[in-house]
Design a protein around this ligand. Structure first.
Ligand SMILES: [Zn+2]
Length: 602
């Protein structure tokens, strides 16, 4: 998008110490998913004013502000309507001409998605996550950190709520202290009928919401493992860059199941059975560690290109291989060191990523660094292993595994990426200050841990095309091999994705009802003519079922399938006779080695 050449300085900026903007949010209509907003801007002179709806949302790395979901927008002064015009180039900007130095009243409704087809569901009859950027406008022309906002919210009667704005559990009607607009946007509220809160460390809480009270039944052991995760993170990163922290966790099969990092809190959505179906949830137990790590890596230390002062300003994600890639490294390290996920399950998770990238042709034509552009490109991929798909996360993790094992190997185990973390992310004691960095700072910090040509390392593994590094496996004392039954961690990921994943045998992943989700590029199914979007109708002469397909593969004879694609039905034969195959990591020798030390609690 072209930037506006002319920025209109809002009238309210003229006052020396203007009263705060007040923002009153009514989130009681959970049946319709409607949030009613009344915002009052103090105005100290008449004239033109531009108001914006936040567009580039920190942590999403892209212009994700849901502008299309606001309706009923109305402005008034002294009880009289003020007309508005949307900017012709920027649909997130509204131009007004104020007739007097009297408060401007803004009213609109935020219509949250009532079905996944409309977007991420953030409000149900049982709970909601209130993201302030979805329910506020702000005057253009200044830094969002300089605006002050006093917000209040009303939730359905009897609900409880949690946010870093008011540490601990609050009720259904809360007036929050005035904070900067940037802090407000960085402090979402989790509210629900059923909530509990656990202290994980001094000033660090786990605030849990669930659809039903019995889903809140975390055992003391489960809570203790989350305490261990926080304790291990504090050992890695040292001094926290926050004064208090709330891990907001919701357990729901209808709400959005994702995470988003903030400075004093994080949003963490997991399935309803997170505590009550514990073994199956292994692949979800790195989420809290991931978002907590971001307090240091992403919120405090932040790529300079992502450090913006206005939500209209485009963010550049070219250093996301550190912001996200190394956070993915630490979330696996933390899940193992804390005991949230066993060492072997963690190794099986690493094996899965290694085996995928060993055969992903995307990196024959593009680099891991180039995939940082995927945050802005549409992220629906037909052929993710050939096109690439935000691989700065998982392939980025492999780059940091390579760096860690290289350092351990060449320093005889005396140093590791832990030493990088302790210095690079060392907090300066100011819970509001963010410390920007550039690529050269990363190279220098790695060099301080161990002299090496880190510039060439990053060029080779991040910035130039080429398969992601796998040298860390052998260096770390392990080898990648394949077994005929899916490891527990593999099954947990299949459960999470709702697929059976046969990538390393016939080269397919299949969702419910025989729907072909992914086809491994140039794999056996690909060569038989299958493409994503097909539906498997029959296995041989039997109607399709997952069990029938798995049995056919186990027979180690070519697999005959009847498929339908784009309305046409045909017979294909997949010439695969190798049986079922799933990747795992096994220790190459009898003694613990580099990967074992990396996963060892401290
Ligand atoms: Zn992340």
């Amino acid at each position: 998008m072209k930037r506006l050449a002319l920025l209109l300085v809002p009238a309210l900026m003229g006052a020396a110490n203007p009263p705060p903007i007040t923002l009153a949010v009514d989130a009681t209509d959970v049946a319709h998913g409607i949030v009613a907003v009344t915002e009052t801007l103090p105005i100290d002179r008449a004239g033109p004013l531009t108001l914006r709806y936040p567009r580039w949302i920190p942590g999403t790395h892209r212009p994700s502000g849901p502008i299309a979901r606001i309706a009923g927008l109305h402005f008034s002064q002294d009880g009289r309507t003020v007309s508005w015009q949307r900017d012709v180039e920027d649909p997130y900007s509204f131009h007004l001409n104020l007739r007097a130095a009297t408060p401007l009243i803004i009213r609109f409704d935020y219509l949250s998605p009532t079905d996944v087809s409309q977007g991420d569901v953030t409000m149900t009859p049982a709970m909601t996550v209130l993201s302030w950027h979805t329910v506020s406008l702000y005057p253009a022309g200044g830094a969002v950190g300089d605006l002050r906002v006093q917000a209040s919210a009303v939730f359905p009667a009897g609900w409880r709520s949690a946010t870093a704005l008011a540490p601990g559990l609050s009720g259904d009607r809360v007036a929050y202290p005035a904070v900067s607009y940037a802090t407000l946007v960085d402090s979402p509220v989790l509210a629900a009928r059923h909530m509990r809160s656990e202290t994980l460390a001094p000033d660090i809480r786990l605030d849990i919401a669930a659809d039903r009270p019995e889903q809140l039944a975390a055992t003391p052991t489960q809570i203790a493992l989350h305490r261990q995760m926080v304790a291990q993170a504090l050992k890695i990163f040292g001094r926290p860059p926050f004064d208090h922290y709330d891990l907001l966790l919701w357990l729901s099969d209808t709400m959005d199941n994702q995470g988003l990092e903030h400075r004093r809190s994080s949003e963490n959505g997991v399935p309803a059975g997170y505590f009550t179906q514990w073994p199956l949830m292994a692949a979800r137990r790195n989420l809290l560690a991931h978002e907590f790590t971001h307090a240091w890596n992403g919120k405090y230390r932040r790529p300079a290109d992502l450090t913006t002062t206005d939500y209209a300003q485009p963010m550049h994600g070219d250093l996301l291989w550190l912001y996200e890639g190394q956070t993915r490294f630490w979330d696996y390290v933390l899940q193992a060191r804390s005991g949230l996920v066993s060492r072997q399950d963690t190794l099986d998770g690493l094996a899965r990523i290694a085996a995928f990238y060993a055969t992903a042709p995307a990196f024959d034509w593009r680099s891991i660094g180039d995939t940082t552009a995927d945050v802005v490109m549409a992220d629906t991929r037909g052929w993710p292993d050939y096109q690439g798909s935000s691989d700065y996360y998982e392939a980025g993790k492999l780059v940091w595994l390579e760096a860690d094992q290289l350092i351990r190997d060449r320093t005889a185990g005396r140093r590791s990426l832990d030493d990088f973390a302790r210095t690079f992310f060392a907090a300066d004691g100011d819970p509001n200050h963010a410390s920007p960095y550039a690529r050269a700072d990363v190279v220098a910090a790695l060099g301080a841990v161990m002299p090496y040509d880190w510039d060439a390392f990053l060029r080779t593994h991040v910035e130039e095309p080429g398969r992601p590094p796998l040298g860390w496996i052998e260096r770390g004392g392990y080898r990648l091999t394949f077994v005929a039954a899916p490891p527990l961690y593999w099954r947990s990921i299949e459960h999470r994705a709702g697929v059976i994943d046969l990538r390393h045998s016939i080269g397919l992943s299949i969702g419910s009802g025989g729907a072909v989700r992914e086809v491994a590029w140039d794999g056996p199914a690909f060569r038989a003519g299958l493409a994503p979007g097909a539906t498997l109708l029959r296995v041989g002469t039997r109607p399709y079922s997952d069990a029938a397909l798995l049995a056919a593969i186990r027979r180690r004879r070519p697999v005959a399938l009847t498929v339908r694609q784009l309305g046409m039905q045909r017979l294909v034969t997949i010439a695969w006779t190798g049986g079922l195959r799933y990747p795992t990591l096994v220790r190459a020798g009898p003694a613990p080695a580099g990967l074992d030390s990396m996963l060892e609690p401290r």
